[in-house]
Design a protein around this ligand. Structure first.
Ligand SMILES: NC(=O)C[C@H](N)C(=O)O
Length: 455
């Protein structure tokens, strides 16, 4: 197998800290907004357990990827697929990365489309907007894409995005501090969770959460735990979505190898990954807890009361919106990098870096995502299915089977503990995938599909 030249030369210049920022930014995206729903369904205890399990598994799968890339000296996910299974392996990895990351980017721009107009409205103190163009989310998505995302996406290296990633992460930290349970009684934040939940899971049955107050039994912690146990037995449809949400939230695997390529001391990548995952683990738990406490820790009457008493010009809420908007906007370029690389690998293998191609792919991708978000928001429901298939592939199945094929038998025989562990890991991925898909199908066949409801 010939290795494209630019993967052989490792002249990383990016520092350790910048790489942590970049990977942290890649992990944290819209997934964070779906976590409160996951916690509400799974209960605090089971949620924490699952969060821990997914974080540890995610770090283990990065270990598998790094070991493979160390052995063959390639630092591209698709090339590992090629080395393990030839062209089908490369295509499978490339397609999974493309679908997963386009889904993630669409969800980020979706947030821009619906939140940016509200921020502008609050800034300008427009009480009765009369169709001004700057209040139109579609125009705003295009402007943000051209003015902010495109220039960043055109950078030659991911390392240059370290500063924006650091800034984006501090915005999310601010979001966490600001969105304390006492503040998070705003319908808008609540809709984030529901919207993301729908986006990720393609289910509208759960939009009934819009019709608060929540049923009284939700307050009961014991109920929640029991509900979780049921879900483990696959009897509670709602809880079955917990794992796809968590898996989506921890996906950063397409970005790992590109960041690794640019890391100055390349042996340290596992540390970079562990630190980023640990920090995100804490932030995810806090975000979920705060969101959850707000949904269910409030008395119903007060919730209803809050609906009518929202002050759209509240400075803190405005800041929270700006923070979330900034964070997700700055994540788009990071998530775009691996897609461009995957497309390059699939369509122009063995070609070296070429500026016009680099720019053209970014432009076409961004245009496509813009069109999706503007004209076909309903199609985004499809990403529920994609999330349920591509995330387990990228986190569990591919790293494990690539590892089994790539690590030579002389070094680790097929029956060695490492390879058996990797095989179990792949099996777990299949289990997750089948489980998530069957719940989505159950939801569809029970007539509550998202496409039908036209959200
Ligand atoms: N990078 C991704 O694919 C998703 C990211 N982990 C998120 O939470 O949005």
């Amino acid at each position: 197998v010939s290795i494209p030249r630019h993967y052989e030369i490792f002249e990383g210049k990016t520092s350790f800290g910048m790489s942590v920022f970049n990977l942290g930014n890649a992990i944290m995206g819209s997934g964070i907004l779906g976590l409160a729903y996951a916690m509400a369904n799974a209960g605090v205890v089971l949620f924490l357990l699952l969060l821990t399990v997914v974080a540890v598994l995610s770090s283990y799968s990065i270990h598998l990827l790094l070991k493979c890339s160390g052995i063959v000296g390639i630092r591209a996910y698709e090339q590992l697929g090629y080395r393990a299974f030839g062209t089908p392996g490369k295509m499978a990895a490339g397609i999974a990365i493309t679908l997963q990351n386009i889904g993630a980017m669409s969800s980020y721009l979706y947030i821009v489309k619906y939140e940016f107009p509200l921020v502008i409205q609050a800034f300008l103190k427009l009480d009765n907007p009369a169709g001004e163009w700057y209040m139109n989310g579609n125009y705003l998505v295009i402007i943000v894409s051209i003015a902010v995302i495109l220039p960043l996406a055109l950078m030659k290296q991911l390392g240059y995005l370290g500063y924006t990633s650091g800034f984006s992460l501090s915005c999310m930290v601010f979001f966490l501090i600001a969105v304390r349970p006492s503040v998070l009684i705003q319908t808008r934040e609540k809709r984030y969770f529901i919207f993301l939940f729908c986006l990720l899971c393609d289910s509208c049955r759960h939009t009934q959460m819009n019709r608060d107050p929540p049923p009284p039994h939700r307050h009961h912690h014991l109920f929640s735990i029991r509900c979780s146990l049921y879900s483990l037995l696959w009897t509670n449809v709602c809880t079955a979505y917990t794992i796809p949400i968590l898996a989506f939230a921890f996906v950063c695997h397409p970005e790992v190898l590109p960041i690794y390529t640019e890391l100055r001391k390349y042996k340290k990548m596992q540390h970079v990954a562990n630190i980023s995952i640990a920090v995100m683990y804490i932030m995810y738990f806090l975000a979920a807890l705060f969101g959850y406490l707000t949904f269910y820790g409030k008395v119903e009457a007060e919730l209803l009361h809050t609906y009518s008493s929202i002050d759209p010009y509240d400075t803190l809420i405005l800041c929270v919106r700006v923070a979330v908007l900034t964070a997700v906007t700055l994540t788009v370029p990071i998530v775009l990098f691996p897609v461009r690389r995957a497309i390059q690998q699939m369509m122009f293998p063995n070609k070296t870096f070429y500026w016009p191609r680099h720019i053209a792919i970014a432009f076409v991708l961004l245009t496509f995502i813009n069109l999706l978000v503007i004209f076909a928001p309903n199609i985004l429901g499809i990403f529920g299915v994609i999330g349920a298939t591509s995330a387990p592939c990228l986190i569990f199945i591919f790293p494990a089977i690539f590892y089994i094929r790539i690590v030579p038998k002389e070094e680790e025989p097929l029956r060695s503990p490492q390879k058996i562990l990797a095989a179990c890991f792949a099996g777990l991925g299949f289990l997750f995938m089948i489980m998530s898909l069957s719940f989505i199908i159950i939801d569809w066949t029970s007539g509550t599909s998202k496409a039908a409801s036209g959200h």
